[in-house]
Design a binder for this molecule. Sequence first.
Ligand code: ZN
Length: 81
Amino acid sequence: MTAVTTQRDVVYNAHRQHLKVAVHAADTTSIQTAIDAGADSIEHGNDAKDEQLRKMRDKGIFLDLTPTSYSSFFLKIMGRA
Ligand SMILES: [Zn+2]
């Protein structure tokens, strides 16, 4: 069973219960897995390629940049780190 197949099962069962599925995915492979599995939202999405972002838009997959994961980045640019 592949990661996509497993995630598809999770998404299928969640949707049957009228639940949404959010996937925390940062690298291109995990982002693609989430897209292919039919996730409702992708958290982080750091390495998303343009084509993946287009697919997400077309499929109505929400992108949540999850800014808390970048707290050290924001602190650095604000001169507080
Ligand atoms: Zn996360």
